[in-house]
Design a protein around this ligand. Structure first.
Ligand code: PEP
Ligand code: MN
Length: 267
């Protein structure tokens, strides 16, 4: 069987952003969009590092049904304002097929979270959109299962696809989901699709996030997803892993050096 993922990819240009080239593309912003004030403050921070893509999900997959579930569709107007005023592309998680219609024209990048990697009806429906789709690996998937999930999206005709390495469940508690760094070269051997690395959900703690990012760049990632919050101590989700302004800007300074050392660059 010849799979589409074997040939797909190369350099993907999407609404002015190029993935898979020399430049490493950052997708940064809070774990969840909480309020207009918080979203504006987060956008101001990421703009200082010339980031072009703002993550701010409005629907959140939470382990407990009693935890904050996201601001919901009222966040769409906030995202639209941020996109216009800061000239940023926006990225949110889509958890269910019936959310696609309201998101596809309002948001640029739609991502499939770890818990939905094998939600095949969601993958097929995203394959029919023209959005850039980012697919995260599930908490305990093999690389073959991950690539076959990507195949569901490609098969429906959408090759604007980014694969996101986000850590795997393990028995140790140093990291929340230890980052399977070897997947970055292994994916590159199997596909030309650009690779993103989520350095926040893998680390689970701000003290580890910058090291995951350095390692991912050294291993050849094309993109990095990172959580940044103006006031992490007040965050409604993932407070321990969201970088504040100072932590984020200092990480970005370090990462520019690593990128240069491996023949890449960061805007
Ligand atoms: C997220 O990025 O907001 C998220 C929930 O990540 P994951 O699906 O990888 O846990
Ligand atoms: Mn989070």
């Amino acid at each position: 069987m010849n799979y589409l993922y074997e040939k797909a990819g190369g350099k993907i240009s999407y609404r002015g952003v190029r993935f898979g080239g020399k430049k490493i593309v950052f997708i940064a912003g809070p774990c969840a969009l909480e309020s207009e004030e918080q979203a504006i403050a987060a956008a101001e921070i990421i703009k200082k590092a010339s980031v072009k893509i703002f993550r701010a999900p409005i629907f959140k997959p939470r382990t407990s049904p009693y935890s904050f579930q996201g601001i919901g569709t009222k966040g769409l107007n906030i995202l639209e304002k941020i996109a216009d005023s800061y000239r940023l592309l926006t990225a949110v998680e889509v958890m269910d097929v019936n959310q696609i219609a309201e998101l596809e024209n309002m948001v640029d990048i739609l991502w499939v979270g770890a818990r939905n990697m094998q939600n095949y009806s969601l993958l097929k429906a995203l394959g029919k959109t023209r959005n850039l789709v980012l697919l995260k690996n599930s908490l305990c998937s093999t690389i073959e299962e991950f690539l076959l999930s990507a195949e569901y999206i490609l098969k429906e005709g959408n090759s604007n696809l980014l694969l996101c390495v986000r850590g795997l469940r393990s028995f140790d508690s140093v990291a929340r989901f230890p980052l399977q760094i070897e997947w970055i070269p292994a994916l590159k051997q199997r596909t030309k699709l650009p690779i993103c690395t989520d350095v926040s959900h893998s680390a689970g703690d701000v003290s580890i996030v910058p090291f995951n990012a350095k390692a991912a760049i050294a291993a050849g990632t094309d993109s990095i997803m990172v959580e940044v919050h103006p006031w992490p101590e007040k965050a409604l989700s993932d407070a321990n892993q969201q970088l504040n302004e100072e932590q984020f800007l200092s990480m970005m300074k370090e990462l520019r050096k690593i990128a240069n050392a491996v023949g890449r660059c960061i805007d």
